[in-house]
Design a protein around this ligand. Structure first.
Ligand code: CA
Length: 238
């Protein structure tokens, strides 16, 4: 299923962790990774391929305080929504949680449906925000600014609205996206856009982002459509 968003749950309560994992994955919107403590979370995040759109973080963890961990993640440059779970409901804790850089705060016990609603809201906000940055090959991709930045070469590439939308949609999909689906998602279901238009946009995007546009490494043709391979970090550049 395309478009499933990676979420990390850091929670030492195994029952709750499994319940939340199952609940979120059943929606078909998320693919969940888990960690039972801070040490395990660090290992998951240190993985080169690791990318998470959101983190659900318990405050009371066996090897530290989730709020301190949240603050550490922010200092390390992680900007995704972080939702705190806690057993303590004192207001001071809420304030401290938000001070540490958490986006939202849910007191246990909570309904999974409430967490889901708030997670979706956080992701919507974040997607619209200026900070969201996706790694795409040698670039950092800032959809809000319609910009790709090759930090190693300090080269900036401006994208059009549609190029940005295409790239963003492909980034969100684990797999190849069929041309029809991509056209519907980017131009809308009622538009009369043709395959030729889509192909023209893909052609221009490749001219901008590929080191060899005739042999694309990042934006490849696959399965009746296209696939973005953002992990192709070591693409040869000019
Ligand atoms: Ca706990």
């Amino acid at each position: 299923m395309p478009n499933r968003r990676p979420v990390l749950i850091v929670e030492d309560d195994e029952t709750l962790r499994n319940m939340l994992t199952e609940y979120l994955e059943e929606t078909g919107e998320f693919v969940v990774s888990t960690a039972a403590d801070i040490e395990a979370a660090d290992k998951v995040l240190a993985n080169e391929d690791a990318h998470f759109d959101a983190i659900i973080l318990d405050i009371g963890l066996p090897d530290g305080d989730g709020r301190d961990y949240c603050a550490r993640l922010r200092r390390a440059g992680h900007s995704m929504p972080i939702m705190m779970l806690t057993g303590a409901i004192e207001e001071t804790d809420v304030v401290r949680g938000l001070d540490s850089g958490a986006c939202d705060y849910i007191a246990k016990p909570f309904r999974a449906s409430e967490l889901l609603a708030r997670l979706r809201a956080q992701l919507r906000n974040f997607d619209r925000s200026e900070q969201v940055v996706f790694p795409v090959g040698p670039y950092t991709f800032r959809p809000a600014k319609k910009l790709l930045h090759d930090t190693a070469k300090n080269r900036r590439i401006r994208l059009t609205d549609k190029e940005t939308a295409v790239l963003k949609y492909l980034y969100r999909s684990d797999t190849a996206v069929n041309r029809q689906i991509l056209m519907h998602e980017v131009w809308g279901y009622n538009s009369a856009v043709t395959t030729h238009t889509l192909e023209t946009h893909i052609y221009r995007l490749r001219q901008k982002i590929e080191s060899d546009p005739a042999h694309p490494a990042l934006l490849v043709t696959e399965g009746g459509g296209y696939r973005l391979r953002p992990e192709m970090a070591s693409v040869e550049r000019w």
